[in-house]
Design a protein around this ligand. Structure first.
Ligand code: NAD
Length: 406
């Protein structure tokens, strides 16, 4: 059943337009912004007025004047929390800002509710509608313009190569100069989903000799079509899982994979890892033995580095270290935020497309029988309505599923 958010007075009857607001991101190192000025005209023509917190675009080199010229109202955070119907963010607002949200308001962003279901329960209890782009059904073709995981992975895959090139003491391309010939760098990308394929394309454009590996055999053609070599492992078969993702390997498969990969890794100058399995700890692909087998000056960028472990032994998110044998290991963290203008441009298109999809007659029209909404609407009408998030809360024995958490 369809349910209108943004309050009755935001509906068509009164002619009041929806107010969507962009807040300044507050997470450490976050330079992106949820909407760019180019998005404003399209939203306005759909009955949505845009408020922008002063300075929200600064990190992405988008000035208040540019937003005002595009038709936005530049306001304070206090005014946003007092008057907006919908608040647009990139990542989850800090706890202080979350406590400002009032009943009937909606927040839309990449809110990671599966990694912290309690946050969704707390907002549900306060009557806030929670909508998260991370839950989008990505294989649905009409959802693709809203796919922020893909757009941000693309940016991150590109930047991972630049980070690796910055740490590497030699050239990526072959260079023939009067001072001698430099051989091209050998780059191996482990995990060739969205970020991995962008990393392959970027490393190729820089002139490296590139190879890629994934447990999904279907990625082979994508790797080779970018001019890279696909690494075949004889010890591990297909691990294609559901929805285009990989499944977790068994312990035996994991060990065989690590041992066989070690030989390939030892021959590389640069390794970029991106492997993830939804809902699981990232698989360990580059063991201590593999790192020890690399030559001094080699570089590894682990895009899967997380507090729960990454694809590379010893990688720590946000930290760069050099091993005893001279291998630089970069634990990448939020790389998309380090290319903030490109990342914000893409994200702005994604979140605008989702907002327009959700809006009808000047208000959010919540209808979880729509597959896109079933994926993204986490909490509404005082309840956690997203099945997986509600399931996690039940497992934890939390009363918040029915919105009674504090
Ligand atoms: P992801 O971030 O979950 O994982 C990155 C890659 O790691 C994946 O390619 C995965 O197969 C690989 N991986 C996992 N375990 C591994 C292991 N042990 N060894 C080696 N590689 C391993 O994936 P993603 O980039 O979000 O995309 C995953 C899939 O979803 C891809 O097939 C992609 O094309 C597909 N996708 C489709 C659409 C669409 O249809 N519109 C949109 C987005 C993604």
């Amino acid at each position: 059943m369809m349910d209108m958010v943004g309050t009755e007075e935001a509906g068509m009857e009164t002619g009041r337009r929806m107010k969507a607001a962009v807040v300044r991101e507050t997470s450490p190192g976050e330079h992106r912004v949820a909407l760019v000025p180019d998005a404003i005209a399209r939203l306005q023509s759909a009955g949505i007025d845009v408020l922008v917190e002063s300075g929200a675009g600064d990190g992405a080199w988008l000035t208040d004047a540019a937003y005002a010229d595009a038709g936005a109202s530049i306001v304070s955070a206090a005014e946003i929390y007092r008057t907006a119907d919908v608040i647009l963010t990139v990542t989850r607002p800090q706890p202080g800002a979350l406590s400002e949200l009032r009943p009937g308001q909606a927040v839309i962003g990449m809110l990671a509710p599966l990694s912290d279901p309690e946050f969704a329960a707390a907002l549900a209890a306060r009557g806030v509608t929670v909508i998260s782009l991370d839950g989008l059904p990505r294989t649905l073709s009409r959802a693709q313009p809203m796919d922020a995981l893909t757009s941000q992975s693309n940016v991150a895959g590109y930047k991972a190569v630049l980070v690796a090139a910055g740490e590497f003491g030699r050239f990526f391309p072959m260079l023939i100069t009067s001072a001698g010939t430099a051989r091209p760098a050998k780059v191996l990308v482990l995990g060739t989903g969205v970020a991995g394929l962008q990393a392959i394309g970027t490393a190729r454009r820089l002139g490296a000799v590139v190879s890629g590996y994934d447990v999904r055999p279907s990625s082979r053609d994508e790797v080779t079509s970018l001019g890279a070599t696909f690494v075949e492992l004889t010890s591990v078969g297909s691990a294609a899982g559901e929805g285009g993702y990989a499944r977790e390997l068994t312990a035996d498969e994991r060990q065989a994979q690590q041992e066989e990969l070690t030989g390939h890794i030892a021959r590389q100058d640069v390794v970029i890892t991106t492997a993830q399995v939804p809902g699981r700890k990232p698989p360990l692909l580059v063991t201590e033995d593999a790192v020890k087998a690399m030559a001094p000056g080699s570089v590894i960028v682990d895009m899967a580095a997380s507090p729960f472990g990454g694809n590379v032994t010893g990688s720590v998110p946000g930290e760069t270290s050099v091993t005893g044998n001279g291998v630089t290991i970069v634990g990448a963290e939020n790389l998309a935020a380090t290319v903030p203008t490109a990342a914000s441009n893409a994200y702005s298109r994604n979140i605008s497309a989702l907002l327009l999809h959700l809006t009808s007659g000047g208000a959010l029209a919540i209808d979880t029988s729509d597959p896109i909404q079933a994926g993204v609407v986490i909490a509404h009408d005082g309840r956690v309505v997203h099945q997986d998030v509600a399931g996690l809360l039940r497992v934890e024995g939390d009363a918040g599923v029915d919105g009674t958490a504090d």
